[in-house]
Write a protein that binds this ligand. Structure first.
Ligand SMILES: Cc1cc2nc3c(=O)[nH]c(=O)nc-3n(C[C@H](O)[C@H](O)[C@H](O)COP(=O)(O)OP(=O)(O)OC[C@H]3O[C@@H](n4cnc5c(N)ncnc54)[C@H](O)[C@@H]3O)c2cc1C
Length: 423
């Protein structure tokens, strides 16, 4: 597949995903069902919108504590001072206008017997089918010394919002000649290439503003997604400003001490000026409360319907589910949201759901005007999603014009997916 076709497919992939689960009009007239969706991010909002569009008679309730969603995609640009936070934020007015009932609450409990969800204000929501898309929470027990209080000194910035701005302020306040350390956990994690994109964009900021400074990556992995593309870009753009200590060199972080700003690895201790500590992750806490997370901390599902393997009538989508080969990304989450909506409509109508084919698209921007793409197609295989043919990645030796085009297309991708999910 040539690069032009690859890029076009990738951008259009979002639109194709949006229309590939159209429900026959005869079903739209069928009797109502009550669907509660917990979590109004890329997975949950896409699912709620698709449900209502597929079958107007459904009662769809979206439970989400934040009135405004703050997007992680493109939040690395905010940290690097290339973008402001308001460009990351999206409301739920469009979903409400389309008939989704939006409850601005956190879900605190699920009663799978009675099929109801309890919210923080005490309200209960009955469901025929429940969809959980709570994203991630942090596995603090796996990183001694790190907790919510520590994140105020050593921000993770792995949920976008206040943490993103805190890391930005710390990088801006650092003196020239300082070191920004980024601690990266082992897989599975939300958006596997994003830590390396972050290292790149922070290096861009430092090169422009504080050229004697350094980015130190402490990595619990030896290999990472699109490694050759990143490493080539680092050499070309940042010389030796970015240093990476991989797993086999002792890069895995084993504990932290926020009081002394110390990061402890298998090789030695580091006291950087700015410590961006990304902790190990698991499904959002409500998944565990609902009983749909297993010993891994993630949620096993039937990949055709997204129904939990552990609790009937609860579906899990997005970062929280055990997706197999499909990376945890916004494009995967929104595709899963739509496919899950189609499966629920089919199940309510007593039909067999169609086998979904999902597209995951990931752009990485390593400097303004310099981006690259990874796109994959995924289908159910046994209990998980497996990659199938048709995926593509940018060539390592591509000319700078292609890198510039892919950076532009990354912005277009963001506009398309956020309009598609939030309206
Ligand atoms: C720095 C960074 C960069 C990224 N860049 C990209 C990118 O370029 N492309 C890409 O495709 N992906 C990217 N991602 C990944 C992407 O952000 C996630 O994969 C995606 O957001 C997952 O969608 P989700 O619906 O599972 O979770 P989220 O989008 O996080 O949504 C979860 C929602 O659930 C809500 N919630 C949680 N618990 C409850 C509860 N108890 N009750 C009610 N609501 C609850 C939360 O408030 C949140 O709004 C990036 C991630 C990071 C960290």
């Amino acid at each position: 597949m040539n690069a032009l076709v690859t890029r076009r497919n990738a951008v259009l992939g979002i639109t194709a995903a949006a229309t590939s689960f159209v429900v026959p009009s005869i079903l739209r007239a069928q009797s109502a069902g009550r669907i509660v969706v917990v979590g109004g991010g890329f997975g949950g909002a896409a699912c709620a919108r698709a449900l209502k569009r597929a079958q107007a008679g459904l009662q769809v309730t979206l439970i989400e504590p934040n009135k405004t969603f703050t997007s992680c995609p493109f939040s690395n640009e905010v940290i690097a001072g290339l973008r402001e936070m308001d460009a990351q934020q999206f409301g739920y007015d469009r979903l409400a206008a389309e008939g989704v009932t939006v409850a601005a609450q956190a879900a605190t409990a699920v009663d799978a017997q009675k099929r109801s969800v309890k919210a923080a204000d005490g309200a209960t929501f009955a469901y025929d089918r429940l969809v959980l898309s709570p994203g991630i929470d942090f596995h603090f027990e796996a990183l001694p010394g790190y907790d919510d209080a520590a994140s105020e000194k050593m921000p993770h910035a792995w949920k976008a919002g206040a943490q993103t701005l805190l890391l930005r302020r710390q990088v801006e306040a650092m003196a020239d000649g300082g070191t920004v350390a980024i601690a990266i956990p082992a897989n599975p994690l939300r958006c596997p290439p994003a830590p390396y994109e972050r290292a790149s964009l922070i290096a861009h900021y430092l090169k422009t503003n504080k050229p004697r400074s350094k980015v130190l990556i402490l990595d619990a992995k030896d290999n990472f997604s699109q490694q050759r593309l990143f490493e080539r870009a680092w050499k070309e753009l940042y010389g030796d400003m970015i240093e990476r200590i991989a797993l086999s060199q002792g890069g895995r972080v084993t504990s932290v001490d926020p009081a002394t700003m110390t990061i402890v690895t298998e090789f030695g201790n580091y006291t950087p000026d700015v410590a961006n500590v990304i902790p190990p992750q698991r499904a959002g806490r409500i998944a565990e409360i609902a009983g749909v997370a297993d010993h891994t901390g993630w949620c096993p599902i039937d990949p055709v319907t997204f129904e939990s393997k552990l609790v009937k009538n609860i579906h899990v989508i997005g970062d929280a589910c055990l997706g197999g080969g499909i990376p945890k990304s916004a494009s995967a989450a929104s595709g899963q949201g739509k496919a899950c909506a189609a499966a629920i409509v089919a199940l309510l109508a007593g039909r067999a759901p169609e086998t979904p084919r999902l597209t995951g698209v990931c752009y990485n921007t390593v400097a303004p005007g310099y981006g690259f793409l990874l796109a994959g197609n995924y289908q159910p295989k046994g209990d998980i999603f497996a990659e199938v043919e048709g995926g593509a990645t940018s060539p390592v030796d591509a000319p700078r014009e292609l890198r510039a085009r892919e950076a532009t297309e990354a912005e277009r991708w963001f506009q398309i997916i956020t309009a598609d999910v939030f309206g």
